[in-house]
Design a protein around this ligand. Sequence first.
Ligand code: CP
Length: 308
Amino acid sequence: MGLKRKDVLGLEELAAGEITLILDTAESMKDIITRTIKKVPALRGRTMLTLFYEPSTRTRTSFELAGKYLSADVTSIATATSSVTKGETLKDTVRNIEVMGTELVVMRHPAGGAPHFLAQRVKAAVVNAGDGMHEHPTQGLLDMLTIRQRKGGFKGLRVAIIGDIYHSRVARSDIWGLRKMGAEVVVAGPSTLLPPFAEELGVKASTRVEEALEGADVVNVLRLQLERQQKGLLPTLREYTRRWGVDRERLALAKRDALLMHPGPMNRGVEITTEVADGPHSVILDQVTNGVAVRMAILFLLLGGEAA
Ligand code: CP
């Protein structure tokens, strides 16, 4: 059974049953990643493209590996060395690639809604790999897979998301997904970085990190998005770290078996200490591995591949 939709654009639009289908499929894909021969013929002869208008290490690499592990033909456009620099539009860029036979486009773009715009204008499936401050659905799904593997489910869990909520597409996707699956979500950060949407989605927001961490089952520390800050939103970095940084003492407020997560890339010493990031609660590298499995699942389910 595949996903009964052309595109994956956000967790806001995915039903709980679709999220479960993706997570279950990702579980079965994970086995492939650990084999010596990491290749199954599920998407043999199928063609996909990664098109990133913003930098990426984890998302782009894991989508490309996911396609290769499933035997798809994977091409990539580095926008800095493409005709995008000559002013070619997003729609023209993808339509030209589409007529070469590409069936699925994985796209990251600085503008919220760019993948939705594209999805309505091309026949190819579109997967959102992060659009502005809007959503990062595959990050949300890999976070959920990591939590489900360690905690067995979502109902009754308290998930604390700490830091720069305002600029975070990861926070938005996590909130949509976790709330749909029955988890309680609390967020904490400077008042200038707490968006009004959090409380509209049934999420408790606090400016006190300690309040959010108290009794948490999962602590997800967000990257402080220095490249997106506008004047006046942020105190000094030292002040940010002093009041909202997650260190050993603060993490001790969470449950003894709490998971410590971060989507990466980390600003070590700013939003998270190295001691915590590399400590016993950390599942940060598990998140990265799960990212490959989740992306394999989405490619497989959208392209309707043969059973792996
Ligand atoms: N978490 C994440 O999106 O990382 P990249 O920016 O490296 O893809």
